[in-house]
Design a protein around this ligand. Structure first.
Ligand code: SAM
Length: 416
């Protein structure tokens, strides 16, 4: 019990015995809490003042105030506060990351520091980016120095390529070290696609748009904050302070966590403590900018409306696909999913049309492939023709579809 609470309880007992002392007790209480409050407030001010003063002295840019430029790691200049390095060490040791990306290498000292900790972890690579390239960057097998701006798309693409190679290496290692089942192989393939596939972004946003199920900025914000907390684990009953700090409404968030758990996105480790499932780690590339996420959701909503319009227009203009095509009324749903339209061609063959707007993705092509396989396995379905239709179909998808004896048509929406 705190001193203040003890005094309060004692005072209350005295007042119970001698009610005439109540006014005195109340005045004392007000005096005590006011003093207490002001001293707390005062100490915060002093703390702030010294932090500011320290930063100015340590990170100063002139003369004697240049201490930060004298910090080195294994002889290489590292422009950091040593206690920050200590915290980096704690994080890298705990998380044991596969890749660390540093934006701003300068002399490479902090990259070398991170590589040293990765050496101890026996794991991890550092990709350090800077607009300027220094000739004497430290040499270390775990570090790759990239030249370019970290906000430039070209640099990001190069990083993606690096990540892709890293993941492919990992996948090859898993495959060579163990006999894996078809499902495990598909899982690795799916995870690779989620991170680096050409149309991963669209697919991931589609998933998130449905998962967030809101276009209100404040709701998107707290859901992003909740997902951020899930990386290190969150126990709703214990972490009330964290929820308040991140503006997460605890009751709603509790229900949301249960929803995420039901879908296998998070798992409970201890009683009511939730962690992100590693299959959904990719979400962290999307939740840093909730305002951007809202814009993307709205863009997708608009596209979905356009896609509906495209479907209705094409249904009434089937001759644009090929002449003699007739729409069937029977069910188009199979175990592998649904196809937009089932038709018959001029020779009476079954034709499935999969429509996408404005661009078909690899996931769309895969869905059509799975559907066609299922149809062709059915008796009487061996003649099945599948056609992917969209204003734009990337060349890689055209190849993929052809290799499964499926067709494609690039058709623009034309409502004139
Ligand atoms: C304070 S130094 C980095 C110090 C380094 N991380 C260390 O601890 O040793 C900042 C560096 O960021 C680089 N920089 C500034 N803007 C950048 C950008 N858009 N992309 C990549 N590097 C950038 C500068 O060239 C400079 O070398």
């Amino acid at each position: 019990m705190t001193f203040a609470k003890k005094m309060n309880n004692k005072g209350r007992n005295i007042v119970k015995k001698y009610p005439q002392l109540f006014p005195l007790f109340r005045s004392l209480k007000i005096l005590f809490f006011t003093k207490h409050h002001f001293s707390w407030w005062g100490s915060k001010m002093i703390e702030k003042y010294y932090i500011k003063k320290f930063s100015r002295i340590y990170f100063g840019t002139e003369g004697k105030y240049q201490r930060w430029q004298e910090t080195t790691w294994l002889g290489v200049s590292a422009l950091k506060l040593p206690s920050d390095m200590w915290v980096y060490q704690e994080i890298v040791y705990e998380v044991k990351p596969d890749i660390i990306i540093e934006t701003g290498s300068m002399y490479g000292g902090s990259a070398l520091f991170l590589a040293t900790i990765c050496d101890i972890n026996k794991k991890g690579k550092i990709i350090s980016i800077d607009i300027n390239r220094k000739k004497d960057f430290p040499k270390h097998e775990r570090i790759k120095f990239l030249t370019g701006s970290s906000t430039d798309k070209k640099t990001i693409d190069e990083l993606k390529k690096d990540g892709k190679e890293e993941l492919l290496e990992f996948a090859k290692k898993v495959i060579s070290e163990s006999t894996i089942t078809r499902e495990e192989f598909q899982d690795i393939e799916r995870r690779l696609d989620k991170f680096v596939g050409d149309d991963a972004k669209e697919e991931n946003l589609k998933f998130l748009s449905e998962l967030f199920d809101s276009r209100t900025q404040s709701t998107i914000n707290w859901k992003c904050n909740l997902i951020k907390l899930l990386r290190v684990g969150v126990a709703p009953k214990v972490d009330i302070a964290k929820f308040v700090h991140e503006n997460i409404p605890s009751d709603t968030a509790n229900n949301y966590l249960k929803k995420l758990e039901k879908r296998g996105i998070v798992y409970k480790e201890e009683i009511d403590s939730f962690y992100i499932n590693e299959n959904y780690e990719w979400m962290y590339s999307y939740i840093d900018k909730p305002a951007w996420l809202k814009e993307e959701f709205e863009r997708r909503d608009l596209m979905a409306l356009k896609e509906k319009e495209y479907q209705i227009w094409l249904k009434n203009n089937l001759e644009r696909v090929e002449s003699g095509l007739l729409k069937e009324e029977r069910e188009s749903t199979m175990e592998t999913g649904t196809i937009d339209f089932l038709c018959r061609d001029i020779d009476g063959k079954p034709v499935g049309l999969e429509l996408k707007y404005p661009k078909a993705s690899k996931a769309d092509a895969k869905q059509l492939i799975a559907y066609a396989i299922e149809q062709r396995e059915k008796t009487g379905g061996e003649n099945f023709r599948g056609i992917m239709i969209a204003p734009t179909i990337p060349d890689s998808l055209k190849k993929l579809l052809s290799s499964h004896e499926l067709e494609y048509r690039e058709i623009e929406l034309d409502t004139t």
